[in-house]
Design a protein around this ligand. Structure first.
Ligand code: 3PG
Ligand code: MG
Length: 389
């Protein structure tokens, strides 16, 4: 990969693609991990005499600008974190208006553009849009590790049109995750959670042959349990994935661990009635929303002695405190491995859980990428990384 050492940026306007797709509620940024993770690159460029034009996506707006997907709230957070004023440019990022605004930047000044996904060509990697982005800088730095798996105009499209380099975050993430892919020390245990099997089935399939143990958690577990004839009540599941779940269990049943008990709720709500039941005996009208105590114990034991651990995805409905217990317990179990293991955590909820546990510094690497980290582990070349070669 081309690095910052190989890029000329003194007195240049540098276009930096960051990933500021952060959780925002009611206009307030809930977690600034991705903003602070970008600071080393921004400081390095500013100290070297550049002016900065930052661009990012935020959420998944469907068609054009929408106030709830504006990056404006992030500008204030960045300003606080960076300790310099940040100019927010509200016009469409590919427009002439935006170009005029960034042309006025002096060395040391920083501008943040509006959500690149307000441009219809962004996700299609429209070459015309990529060319309009390329006008905004004299060099391009990709530091958006969390978006490096997207072949979008602001990620790979623009890179081909400007002298470019990977930022420090992209580089660090790539190195930390490649170590998992290339030569993991064994036992290698992977924990995959989250709602849907279909989101992660590719990674599950590709990782199973490489790992010693895979612990399945969250909503996707119910598809696996149903595929074995278990009673899952009203739990979330995907009937079109049952066959695949069955096949994976037949082939890799010895290394795939499923929940043995769950906390079932009488409705999908924070204040629902709950009971602990066997994972394959969930009564009709009830749904599993978190891992049960025996599951937590079994998974904690499966982690003991591991030398390499990767964890992505919550074990329950983490956003409801009543169903966050399983995820929090796994966060502690991973952290407790301490120096004994190389531990990596990726994905929003798992990362929040490790921060809440207060033990984040005991984990070897906390990734700012969810989907991007999973695709790297599968052994896929990420379009963003490829563009920096
Ligand atoms: C993420 O949060 O996973 C990244 O920012 C990518 O977002 P996306 O899945 O909407 O492309
Ligand atoms: Mg994602």
């Amino acid at each position: 990969m081309q690095t910052l050492d190989q890029l000329e940026f003194q007195n240049k306007r540098v276009l930096v693609r960051v990933d500021y797709n952060v959780p925002v509620q009611g206009g307030v940024v809930q977690d600034d991990t991705r903003v602070t993770a970008s600071l080393p690159t921004l400081r390095r460029l500013l100290d070297g005499g550049a002016s900065l034009v930052l661009m990012s996506h935020f959420g998944r707006p469907k068609s054009g600008p929408e106030e709830k997907y504006s990056l404006r709230p992030v500008a204030a957070v960045l300003e606080g974190a960076l300790g310099r004023s940040v100019r927010f440019i509200p016009s469409l990022p590919g427009s002439d208006e935006t170009l005029a605004a960034v042309q006025a930047l002096e060395p040391g000044e920083v501008a943040l553009l509006e959500n690149v996904r307000f441009e219809p060509g962004e996700e299609k990697n429209d070459p015309e849009l990529a060319a309009r982005f390329a006008r905004l800088g004299e060099a391009f730095v990709l530091d958006a590790f969390g978006s490096a798996h997207r072949a979008h105009a602001s990620v790979s499209g623009v890179a081909a049109r400007l002298p470019h380099a990977a930022g420090l975050l992209l580089q660090r993430e790539f190195e930390a995750l490649s170590r998992l892919f290339e030569h993991p020390e064994r036992p290698y245990v992977v924990i995959i959670g989250g709602a849907k099997v279909s989101d992660k089935i590719k990674v599950i399939e590709n990782l199973l042959p490489r790992v010693d143990r895979m612990l399945i958690g969250g909503g996707m577990a119910y598809t696996f349990i149903k595929s074995q004839g278990g009673q899952i009540g009203d739990s979330i599941h995907e009937d079109d994935q049952l066959e695949l779940a069955r096949r994976l269990l037949a082939e890799y049943g010895d290394r795939l661990l499923l929940p043995v008990d769950v906390i079932a709720a009488d409705r999908f709500a924070e204040d629902a009635q709950t009971q602990v039941v066997p994972a394959d005996e969930i009564p009709d009208g009830w749904q599993g929303l978190d891992a049960g105590p025996q599951t937590v114990q079994a998974y904690t034991e499966a982690l003991r002695g591991a030398r390499t651990v990767f964890w992505n995805g919550p074990l329950g409905v983490f956003e409801f405190p009543a169903f966050a217990g399983g995820t929090n317990a796994i966060a502690r179990a991973v952290a407790e491995l301490g120096e004994e293991a190389y531990t990596v955590i990726g994905g929003g909820d798992s990362v929040s859980a490790i921060h809440q546990s207060g033990q984040a510094e005991r984990v070897s690497h906390i990734s700012t990428g969810g989907g991007a980290s999973l695709e790297l582990l599968e052994g896929r070349e990420l379009p963003g990384v490829e563009a920096m070669r």
